[in-house]
Design a protein around this ligand. Structure first.
Ligand SMILES: Cc1cc2nc3c(=O)[nH]c(=O)nc-3n(C[C@H](O)[C@H](O)[C@H](O)COP(=O)(O)O)c2cc1C
Length: 191
């Protein structure tokens, strides 16, 4: 069985991230081809990166205990679905910090993004794709973009993401694709 993790990529009080995170988790519960655990960055107590040398020089070992705990958690999974808020046209600092706080544990694993905001988090996701490649990850093409209309629909009109069939279709494609890449890369890593 493929073991995936859902990383909640923003931590501020009143964050919107819980809406897409719960909707992704609900959709994943209906799948029998992977499991999806949640890794909430609120719970990781990661310091702002403060390693004395790059972790690539220490075989990926971190000096800070919270970063060590984080990278070991990351290492348990075969792939990742990440909620992507957009702050000033880029990813959240807390998510970039979490990506920097593990190294080898991300490698040769797929990652998919669920963005939201004015343009569905697209600008943040484009930056995250480049970061993922540098981490030796495989960012998959399929993504979910909760754009302005559903974003405001949830915030101001009492709607839920289930009210938007195009989002459910994007979620299904994302699940299919991350399962395919997850299985392919899991087999390749084992070989
Ligand atoms: C510092 C900051 C910068 C933001 N910049 C953008 C932006 O560039 N594009 C955008 O679509 N939304 C932007 N927003 C609005 C966010 O999309 C919105 O607040 C969203 O709820 C943030 O995700 P979160 O609630 O999970 O933190 C910004 C919000 C904050 C707090």
């Amino acid at each position: 069985m493929l073991n995936l993790a859902l990383v909640i990529g923003s931590t501020r009080p009143q964050r919107f991230a819980d809406v897409p995170a719960q909707w992704i988790a609900a959709g994943a519960a209906a799948r029998d081809d992977f499991t999806l655990d949640t890794l909430d960055l609120r719970d990781q107590n990661l310091p702002l990166f403060e390693e004395p040398v790059p972790p690539s020089w220490t075989q990926g070992v971190y000096s800070h205990p919270a970063a060590e705990a984080w990278r070991h958690k990351v290492g348990k999974y075969d792939g990742f679905i990440v909620t992507a808020a957009e702050y000033n046209h880029g990813p959240t600092a807390v998510l970039k910090n979490a990506l920097d706080s593990a190294t080898f544990e991300w490698r040769r694993k797929p990652v998919a993004f669920v963005g939201y905001g004015g343009v569905g988090g697209a600008r943040a996701i484009e930056q995250l794709r480049g970061i993922a490649v540098e981490l030796h990850m495989a960012p998959i093409r399929a993504e979910v973009n909760v754009g302005m209309e559903p974003f405001l629909g949830v915030l101001q009109q009492g709607k839920t993401l289930d009210d938007y069939p195009h989002l459910a279709a994007a979620r299904a494609t994302l699940f299919d694709e991350i399962a395919w890449w997850g299985n392919a890369l899991k087999a390749a890593r084992a070989a």
